[in-house]
Every structure is written in structure tokens, then in C-alpha cells.
Design a protein around this ligand. Structure first.
Ligand code: SF4
Length: 445
């Protein structure tokens, strides 16, 4: 029933993830603050994924429910939306999040969703709640100025504190939460849904207040969740100083070309202001693969990134993707050499999943000649996998001319079991359990 006087924002459950209670649903707290500023009479509650679809009678208290959906959660989202409608037919159900952006045509066929919000949720949500939505799909974006002046995400209300504390993330032993200083990425990696999205920064004033909120709530570290934080020395310097002033340790994301562009200065700035870990998409140890996916950096810059960061005492985690277009035994060997020789402290290794919204998927869907085949395993003809699946697993739904999905699986298992990265601890610890169990009967003899 619209206009709405109360709104519930939910995240979908991700039972397939290693641990779904690490990074809190920060986007929903941005939405909460925005709606409360522009519709001050609307009550906004952020829930999380601890709902029970069999017992949703309580949603009758809400005029509208917003559900944030990532593509691997699409089946769960449908189940949840249907259960909400069954429990409370009058409640308006709004779908948002990355899945809606790239799969909105699929969602448009689902009557359980009253509204679809494929881009930034803020303005669309206000229009829907005010009863002023002009169509079922509302695509609006916040401009650079609007992002700079938007209210900071709620981390101070009882609702926010209660939900945020359910997420347990430790950064080098300190309780940590997440922070966004900018949305978007200027890079053009053809495997990534975030490529070529406008970069829009929060104001320094907002970031400072957010860091105060974070300190006041008891966190001592943050993961700066921006796609690329370590992108420009002059841009991030004042932000780093704000972090340092509050003695907050932090982790941030980087890309090798930007990270090394400033010589050692970027690593030095980060280290001097409390950065304890840098995560970066190294992707592959093969220059041919990096070029194939328009990574726009060199293998040498990837090695250099690790050297610079390590020189200043920053830990380095690399994201590795196997099965990118053109992968073969030689390129896999180059990637293994990077893992073995670069000095990284940790890596997360997955086989590539070409979700919609990437240039590679577009090429596949249009039949463009590319050395990659997609064999989606989902009953809906879509990929079933997700990054960060339980037990350190990944999905195997692509192959190249030279390597089958099984080849990719074997090589990925080999890398995880041989180099035992922290990020896949659950995977190789399972291996230890397996061997312990297998050996124990003989040990008794
Ligand atoms: S992989 Fe990273 S650098 Fe490349 S487009 Fe995506 S977010 Fe940007």
C-alpha cells in the first residue's frame, strides 16, 4: 500500500557462502539514511538474512519490503518474495541490487516483484515510497554531487548497531567493519560487471563523520570496500590521514598499474596511515591473459605491487581467476609461478564465471569468436556458482579450447592444496580431516 509509512530492507540469505556474516549490508544503511532524510515520516528498518520464510506473518507490519539480490541469490530471492506476498499480499515488494541491474528482464517476468530498481536505489526508493513511481522499473543514478552530499550510512541507531554487530570481521586481530569512500571503477576488465562505471566519491566530511561513527561503535579497523581505493595518491591522501588520525587500521583494494604508478609512494602512504593489507586482482601470471581481458597492467606490475607493499610491511592478498579466455597449460604454469614466487601472503582462487553484465558474457551471448565456452549448470540456463562458496569451493562452468572444465578444476585444486592460502583454509583443512580420518584406523594398530 503506497505511499508507505514504513519500510523493511532485507538481504537475501546466501547458504552457499563460506561465511555470510562477515561483511554487513552497508548499501541498505545508505538507503535507510537517504529515505529518512527525504521522507522523514517514513520508518525504515534494516533487517538481515535471519528470516524464516515459513514464518513471515510479521512482514504485515510493513508497507514495503526492499530485497537486495546478487545473482547467486536469485532463487532464494524469488522464494523470499513469494513468501512475503503470501504472508502479506498488501506489502509492496521491491527488488534491487546487482542482480536486478543485469537480469532485470528475467525479474520482470516475476509478478511477486512490484518494483525493480536496477541502478542506485536511493531516488527510486523515495519515489516508490512516496507513491510517485511512474513505472515498474525505476532506473535512476545519483550524480557525483549527489553522492558527495548524500547522508552518511546509519551506523548509530539501535537498529544499525544491532544488525552491524552480527557481522564478525577481524582485520589482523582487530574487530572491523566496512566503509565505502567511492562507488564505481574506471577500469575496463572484460570479465567484471563493475567495469567502466562512473567513479563518484563521498565527501571528506562524510568520510570523517563515518569514521567517528565507526570508532564510537567500537570497531578498530575497516575494510575500504571501494572497487579501487589505492587509485590516486592526491585523492586518497586526505582520507588516509582521517583514518590515521583515528588510529583505525585498514584494508583496501588496489590495481597494479595505479599502485605502481607512484613508485613506492603509494605503499608508503598506505603503510604510514594504518593500512595492514592490500587486496588486488592479479588475475593471472600470463601477460597474454591479462591483455585478453583488458586488465591494462603488466605481469611485472603485479610482481612490483607485491614488492612495494611488502617492503612497507603491508600484507598482500591476490585474487586469481583461472579459465579466462585463452587459458592453456602454459598460462596456468605462469599463474602458478606468480603464486609461488611473488611473495603474496594469501590468494583467493576461482574459476571464472561469466555473469551477465560483463563484456565477455556479452561476447558469448552474441556468438563473437572468443576462446571460452560457457556451460551453465543452472536449471534456469544460468551459472550456478558464486565467488567464495562454502568449503573454499568454486564452480566449473567454462572451458577453453585447450582446457576442459575438469582440467581447470584439477589445477585449481592443485593450487589450493599445494599453496594453502588463508582464504581457502576451509578447503585444505577439510583435506587434512580427510587424511586424518583415513589414517587413524592404522594408527590404532
Ligand atoms: S576487476 Fe577490479 S579493476 Fe577491473 S573493472 Fe572490475 S573492479 Fe575495476
Amino acid at each position: 500500500m503506497l505511499p508507505a509509512s514504513n519500510l523493511l530492507l532485507l538481504s537475501c540469505r546466501s547458504p552457499f557462502l563460506d561465511d555470510a556474516k562477515v561483511y554487513p549490508p552497508l548499501a541498505n544503511f545508505y538507503l535507510k539514511s537517504y529515505v529518512e532524510r527525504y521522507l522523514p515520516d517514513t520508518r525504515v528498518i534494516v533487517g538481515d538474512d535471519d528470516y524464516d520464510v515459513e514464518h513471515l506473518a510479521w512482514v504485515r507490519d510493513y508497507d514495503a519490503v526492499g530485497i537486495s539480490i546478487m545473482t547467486p541469490q536469485r532463487h532464494e530471492a524469488l522464494r523470499l518474495a513469494a513468501a512475503i506476498k503470501a504472508a502479506s499480499p498488501r506489502t509492496t515488494v521491491i527488488a534491487g541490487g546487482p542482480h536486478v541491474k543485469h537480469y532485470w528482464q528475467d525479474l520482470a517476468r516475476e509478478p511477486v516483484f512490484d518494483f525493480l530498481v536496477p541502478l542506485d536505489g536511493e531516488k527510486a526508493l523515495v519515489a516508490i515510497l512516496a507513491g510517485q513511481a511512474s513505472s515498474r522499473t525505476l532506473s535512476s543514478v545519483l550524480t557525483r554531487e549527489e553522492i558527495a552530499t548524500q547522508p552518511r550510512p546509519d551506523r548509530t541507531s539501535d537498529n544499525a548497531i544491532q544488525i552491524l554487530r552480527r557481522y564478525r570481521y577481524l582485520l589482523c586481530g582487530r574487530p572491523a567493519t566496512t566503509l565505502m569512500t567511492a562507488r564505481g571503477c574506471p577500469e575496463r576488465c572484460t570479465f567484471c560487471e563493475e567495469a567502466l562505471t562512473a567513479v563518484r566519491w563521498s565527501s571528506l566530511d562524510s568520510i570523517g563523520h563515518q569514521l567517528d561513527d565507526i570508532r564510537a561503535a567500537g570497531w578498530r579497523a575497516v575494510y575500504i570496500f571501494d572497487d579501487l581505493f589505492a587509485i590516486s595518491l592526491p585523492k586518497i591522501q586526505p582520507i588516509c590521514q582521517q583514518l590515521s588520525k583515528r588510529e583505525l587500521w585498514y584494508r583496501c583494494n588496489a590495481q597494479a598499474r595505479y599502485f605502481t604508478k607512484w613508485g613506492e609512494d603509494m605503499a608508503q602512504l598506505l603503510a604510514n596511515t594504518g593500512c595492514v593489507e592490500v587486496a588486488f586482482g592479479a588475475e593471472s601470471g600470463s601477460q597474454r591473459i591479462l591483455d585478453n581481458v583488458q586488465k591494462r597492467c603488466t605481469v611485472e606490475q603485479n610482481y612490483q605491487t607485491v614488492r612495494y607493499a611488502k617492503k612497507y610491511g603491508i600484507q598482500v592478498k591476490a585474487f586469481i581467476l583461472l579459465g579466462l579466455p585463452g587459458e592453456n597449460a602454459g598460462t596456468l604454469a605462469e599463474t602458478e609461478a606468480f603464486i609461488r614466487d611473488s611473495g603474496i601472503d594469501d590468494f583467493q582462487c576461482a574459476v571464472y564465471m561469466p555473469f551477465r553484465g560483463t563484456a565477455i558474457r556479452q561476447a558469448l551471448d552474441h556468438g563473437t569468436a572468443i576462446d571460452l565456452q560457457l556451460r551453465p549448470a543452472g536449471s534456469d540456463g544460468e551459472i550456478t556458482g558464486a565467488y567464495g562458496i562454502k568449503g573454499g569451493q568454486t564452480a566449473y562452468e567454462v572451458r577453453t579450447c585447450a582446457l576442459s572444465a575438469e582440467d581447470l578444476r584439477q589445477h585449481r585444486d592443485h593450487l589450493v592444496s599445494r599453496y594453502r592460502p588463508r582464504s581457502h583454509r576451509s578447503s585444505w583443512q577439510n583435506e587434512d580431516c580427510f587424511f586424518d580420518e583415513a589414517i587413524s584406523p592404522y594408527a590404532d594398530v
